[in-house]
Design a protein around this ligand. Structure first.
Ligand code: MG
Length: 160
């Protein structure tokens, strides 16, 4: 009988001057990017934490500590590929994932399918297995004031 598990991931990064904005592995033209040790791809970080959560394998802070210079400026898609390797090595496959970005701007819809394809490519799965939506907070809170971007992800893993 196969075993299934769900995992939940959540991440927030603040906007910062002089940084590229990378979301779902796609560089998006914007006046500011996100602050962070790696490329600060908040969406990929949430997805990685969801996968690691379903594996009961800690979190990305444990696997890729921001005190380690090896991960400075790292491509989060590359880290996602490593998480995918860990997942498969532990016998798991990703059945399905859904994600949401919480932000006021920029608009996500023109980039949605490219982001889904990039993340799926890193994991070696079909893009149909990863959903992506975006929402605002109607001006409320830090995201509403445009101070940063939050992301949530949920995944279903299975192993037989
Ligand atoms: Mg992060």
């Amino acid at each position: 009988m196969s075993e299934t598990r769900i995992g939940l991931g959540y991440d927030v990064h603040a906007f910062a001057q002089g940084r590229a904005l990378v979301l779902g592995g796609v560089e998006i033209e914007n006046a500011t990017g996100l602050a962070g040790h790696s490329d600060a791809d908040v969406l990929v970080h949430a997805l990685m934490d969801a996968i690691l959560g379903a594996m009961r394998a800690g979190d990305i802070g444990a696997h890729f500590p921001d005190t380690d210079p090896a991960w400075a400026g790292a491509s989060s898609l590359g880290l996602l590929a490593r998480v995918g390797d860990l997942m498969r090595a532990d016998g798991w496959s990703l059945v399905d994932a859904d994600t949401v970005l919480v932000l006021e701007s920029p608009r996500i819809s023109p980039h949605r399918d490219t982001m889904r394809a990039r993340m799926a490519g890193s994991l070696g799965i079909d893009p149909s297995r990863i959903g992506l939506k975006a929402t605002t907070t109607e001006g409320l809170g830090a995201m509403g004031r445009g101070e940063g971007i939050a992301a949530q992800a949920v995944v279903l893993l299975e192993r037989s």
